[in-house]
Ligand binder design. Structure first.
Ligand code: LEU
Length: 458
C-alpha cells in the first residue's frame, strides 16, 4: 500500500529550476554524441531535421513533462498515478530506464574525471587507444569472458557515486540547486575557452567544413530523421521522468512554457557549440596526421577517450585543452547524473512515504554497488555499448511513446494538461500543443520505433 507522501520539496527560485533543468539536459549527449550524429547524418543538412525535431517534438514533450510534474506534484510514478491510476506503471517504466542509464552514465563520468587528471601528464603516452583499452579499462578480448575486477576503476566510481548520492540526499535546494549553481557556470566558462582554443588550431576550418557541408540527399533517408528525434529526446532529457520530477519541485505560480523555451534553446545552443569545438579539434588532428577529417572522426567513447587524447598530445597548450575538455565532460555529466538519480530517489520517497535521505540511500546504495560492480570489470566496455544502444533506441523512445499514447488517447488528459499549461505560462500554447502531443509526436515516435525495430531484425 502506498503511504502518505512526505511534504513535497520545492526550488526556492525558478532560476534554480531552470539551471537544474539545463544541467540535466546538457550532458554527455551534447558533447560526444551530437557532433558525431550530425556529421554522419547529413552534416549541415542535419540542422533541418534537428530543428524540426526540436520544435515539433522536443519542446512540446518538454511542456508535457512539465505540465504533468507541476500539476500532479510528485515523482514520475506518483504524478502519473494521480493522472490516471494505472498510468503509474508507465512511471515505473521511466524509473527503470533511468536506473539502467545511471549504471553506465556514472562510469563515463568517472572515467572522464580520471582523464582530467591524466591530462596534466598526458598519461596515455603515444598510443591513447592501447592505453584506454589495455592500461585503463583492461578490456577482455572476448565479451563475457574474463569477468575480472579492475581495482583501479573502483575508486573513481565510488567518488562519483558518493558525490551524487550526497548531493541528492541534501535535497532540492541545498543539494541539486547548489550543485548546479556551482557546476553550470564552471561548465560554460571551461567549454567556451575550449571552443575558442580549438578554433585557433591549424586545420580547424577543415573540421568545420566537414561538419557543416550539407548532404541534402541525406534528408530523403528516414534513418536521418530518426537520428534527429533520438538525439533531441536523449539530449533534452524528455520523456523518461526527469523533467516531470524537476517540474514537481516548482512553486505553484510559475512560467512553464517560458522556462521550457529557455531550457530547450540553451541545450541546443550548447550542442551546436560542442559540434563546432569538437570538429575544429578534429580538423587539427587530421591536418597534423596528414589524413582527411573523415578518417579521424570517431564516435562516443573513442571520440572522447582516443581522439581527444591524441589531439591534446599534439596541440599547443595541450594539457590545458585536456583539462578543459575532460573537465567539461565530467561536470556536464555529473549534473545530468544528478537528475537521473533524482528520478529514482523521489520515486522511492513517494512510494514508501519515507524521508528523502532514507529514500536516496535505499535506492542509491544498491544502484551504486551494481554500477560499480558491472563497470569496474574487464567487460565494462561491452556492457556500456550494449545498454547504451538498447536504452537509447528502445527504452527512451518506447516509454515516451507509451506515455503520450496513454495520456492523449487512453486516459484523455490532454485538455486538462493544456489548460494547466496555459494557466501557468507566459504565453498560451493552446490547441497547437494538443495537436503536437496527440498526433505529431506519436506518429514521429511510432515510425521511429518501427524503423529501429525493422533495422534490428533486418
Ligand atoms: N540529457 C543528458 C545528456 O545529454 C542525458 C540524460 C539521460 C540525463 O547527456
Amino acid at each position: 500500500m502506498e503511504k502518505r507522501a512526505p511534504k513535497q520539496e520545492s526550488f526556492n527560485s525558478r532560476n534554480y529550476f531552470i539551471l537544474a533543468a539545463i544541467g540535466s539536459a546538457v550532458g554527455l549527449g551534447n558533447i560526444w554524441r551530437f557532433p558525431y550524429v550530425a556529421y554522419s547524418n547529413g552534416g549541415g543538412a542535419f540542422i533541418l531535421p534537428y530543428l524540426i525535431a526540436l520544435l515539433s517534438a522536443g519542446i512540446p514533450l518538454l511542456f508535457f513533462d512539465y505540465a504533468i510534474g507541476h500539476r500532479y506534484r510528485g515523482s514520475a510514478p506518483l504524478a502519473l498515478r494521480r493522472l490516471g491510476k494505472w498510468t503509474e506503471t508507465l512511471g515505473w517504466w521511466q524509473v527503470m530506464v533511468c536506473f539502467v542509464i545511471a549504471l553506465y552514465y556514472a562510469a563515463v563520468v568517472a572515467w572522464a574525471g580520471m582523464y582530467t587528471i591524466f591530462s596534466f601528464t598526458q598519461a596515455w603516452g603515444s598510443d591513447p587507444k592501447t592505453f584506454l583499452m589495455q592500461d585503463f579499462l583492461h578490456v577482455a578480448e572476448t565479451p563475457g569472458v574474463g569477468f575480472d575486477f579492475v581495482p583501479s576503476l573502483v575508486i573513481p566510481m565510488v567518488v562519483v557515486w558518493a558525490v551524487t548520492l550526497i548531493t541528492i540526499a541534501l535535497g532540492v535546494n541545498k543539494g541539486l540547486a547548489m550543485a548546479n549553481t556551482v557546476f553550470m557556470p564552471l561548465l560554460v566558462v571551461m567549454f567556451l575557452i575550449l571552443v575558442v582554443q580549438s578554433l585557433f588550431l591549424p586545420g580547424a576550418a577543415d573540421g568545420l567544413n566537414a561538419l557543416f557541408t550539407p548532404d541534402w540527399g541525406a534528408l530523403g533517408n528516414l534513418g536521418v530523421w530518426a537520428a534527429a528525434f533520438g538525439q533531441i529526446f536523449f539530449s533534452l532529457s524528455v520523456g523518461f521522468g526527469i523533467m516531470t520530477t524537476y517540474a514537481s519541485y516548482l512553486k505553484r505560480r510559475t512560467d512553464l512554457t517560458g522556462s521550457g523555451l529557455v531550457v530547450g534553446f540553451a541545450n541546443s545552443g550548447f550542442e551546436l557549440l560542442a559540434g563546432i569545438g569538437v570538429f575544429a579539434a578534429l580538423g587539427f588532428m587530421a591536418q597534423a596526421s596528414g589524413l582527411g577529417v573523415n578518417e579521424v572522426v570517431d564516435k562516443g567513447l573513442t571520440l572522447a577517450f582516443v581522439a581527444f587524447p591524441t589531439i591534446i598530445s599534439q596541440a599547443p597548450l595541450g594539457p590545458l585543452m585536456g583539462v578543459l575538455f575532460f573537465g567539461s565532460l565530467t561536470v556536464a555529466g555529473i549534473t545530468s547524473l544528478l537528475s537521473i538519480v533524482e528520478v529514482l530517489a523521489s520515486a522511492v520517497r513517494d512510494k514508501l512515504g519515507i524521508p528523502k535521505v532514507r529514500a536516496t540511500l535505499a535506492i542509491g546504495i544498491p544502484l551504486a554497488i551494481i554500477s560499480t560492480a558491472l563497470l569496474s570489470t574487464t567487460t565494462a566496455l561491452y556492457f556500456l555499448d550494449i545498454t547504451d544502444e538498447f536504452v537509447n533506441k528502445f527504452g527512451i523512445l518506447a516509454v515516451a511513446f507509451a506515455c503520450v499514447i496513454a495520456v492523449a488517447w487512453i486516459v484523455r488528459k490532454l485538455p486538462v494538461l493544456s489548460r494547466h499549461l496555459d494557466r501557468f505560462s507566459s504565453f498560451r500554447t493552446g490547441k497547437a500543443w494538443v495537436v503536437f502531443i496527440g498526433a505529431i509526436v506519436p506518429v514521429a515516435l511510432g515510425s521511429m520505433l518501427v524503423t529501429e525495430f525493422l533495422d534490428k531484425i533486418g
